[in-house]
Every structure is written in C-alpha cells, then in structure tokens.
Design a protein. Structure first.
Length: 94
C-alpha cells in the first residue's frame, strides 16, 4: 500500500518571502488607506530582517477576533518578542 506525505500546514505559505498572502495583499490592497497595509508589511519585514525586535501593544477584548491564532503563530516564528496588553486579553484569549 502506497503512503502519502502529510499535508503541509495552512501557514506554509507564510514561510515563502513572496507567499500567497503577500501576493494577495499586493494585488487587492492597492488604493487609498488599504495601500498603507502593504507599506506597513514591507516596513515590518525590513525591520525584522535588519535584526529589529517587535514590541506589540494590544487593548480591548479580542476573543471574537481569535487573536490567539495569529499571535501564537507570530510568537512561534519569532516575529513578536514582547507583548503588553490589557487584562481583557489576558483573561480571554492570550
């Protein structure tokens, strides 16, 4: 019986410097204030690539946004080194 390799995790595209998420943002976020997301993402990547560290500040209840899903991945990939947050986030999601 032939065996198949396990499927890659959904976050595999993020490993590629120009992965599907980057391509999606560059294609769909081109106008007005949305274009600043591309600028911010490029600056964030350049900051981390240059050895910079990220200190994230968050406030308000974020459980409905499932913040823990994306934030945990960012921590595992060394994209966030420190966090300060309100008690609501500590209690609900982080």
């Amino acid at each position: 019986m032939a065996t198949t390799a396990p499927a890659e995790p959904r976050s595999a595209a993020r490993r590629d410097a120009d992965g599907s998420i980057s391509r999606f943002i560059r294609h769909h976020f081109r106008h007005f204030n949305a274009a600043t997301l591309v600028d911010a993402a490029d600056a964030y990547r350049a900051h981390l690539d240059g050895g910079g560290k990220m200190f994230m500040t968050i406030a308000g209840a974020m459980s409905t946004a499932e913040l823990g899903l994306s934030l945990a991945e960012m921590i595992r990939r060394d994209k966030v080194q420190a966090i300060t947050c309100t008690g609501a986030n500590l209690e609900e999601d982080i």
